[in-house]
Design a protein around this ligand. Sequence first.
Ligand code: UDP
Ligand code: MG
Length: 318
Amino acid sequence: MFPTYSLVVPIYNEENSLPELYRRLSAVMAQLGEVELILVNDGSRDRSLQMLRELNEKDPRVCYISLARNFGHQIAVTAGLNFVRGQAIVVLDADLQDPPELIPSLIEKWQEGYQVVYAQRTRRRQEGWLKRLPAYLFYRLLRRLADIEIPTDTGDFCLMDRKVVDALNTMPERNRYIRGLRSWVGWRQTSIRFERDPRFAGEVKYTFSKSMALAINALVSFSIVPLRMATFIGLLAAAVAILMAILVLYWRIVAPTSPITGFASILIAIFFLGAVQLVSIGILGEYIGRIYEEVKGRPLYLLSEVGGFAQSPSVDRD
Ligand code: UDP
Ligand code: MG
């Protein structure tokens, strides 16, 4: 009836990777037995959706859902997870940076009794230092600040047990950092290590600003340390101010030839405190903005088309 394994792949303008992705995935799927492949079209503007329809017609194991517009990678994966029917669920990228041939090793760990098996990259081949250095720093910062342990250098490539996915599906938050949520659930987690291949074809879909947004999201969703930082800096500034006051009084009374002259020192103090205040307000804004987003309670995504799920009501093709 229901498959044992579900593979979820988010797709955004991947027409050039899709044929090769399908070829390599079907080689792996042949070894797995009962398996479904859920392709999530995240508002692609190229021929991706058309290709998903064709794959679905050709191969009954292929199901697809199509989001009404580009909602972003994390939401696309979330949508896919809402539809999976398998007992073990694997999430991987469409660009073949996450090698499908690793799936059997993930499954082996699952069969040993782990509920989450994530793939940790030991090396990223052919990704420029402009991507690698910020990523390296970000993962270390996140590990220091986050209130749960989020493993470093892991992407979304992982296997999750049914009950982990059920737990994720009950989490209503919109600013989703799936790697964090996946760690948050607990149970037994383990990793396997791999070298990340270069993108098979096409452009990187994570622009610098999208990566930044994801990083800020991760920090804000899993840590309140940035909020506390304002308090600490404030206390520090207060201490400095008191020291300065004592010093100025001392100069006035004991040594009237005060060494403080001119605007410079005053200007520096004003600019410094102004900057600290603005940054603090900005940090506060990140949190408040997210509260606002959550409170609006809009659905996480809208669908325009669903295909291949025998049990689900078929939505009309436009
Ligand atoms: N992706 C998506 N929506 C987006 C951006 C990316 O579904 O808005 C998909 C993309 O098709 C790919 C995966 O997310 O399957 C990872 O994207 P990419 O390879 O560009 O990111 P990176 O490998 O640099 O993290
Ligand atoms: Mg990629």
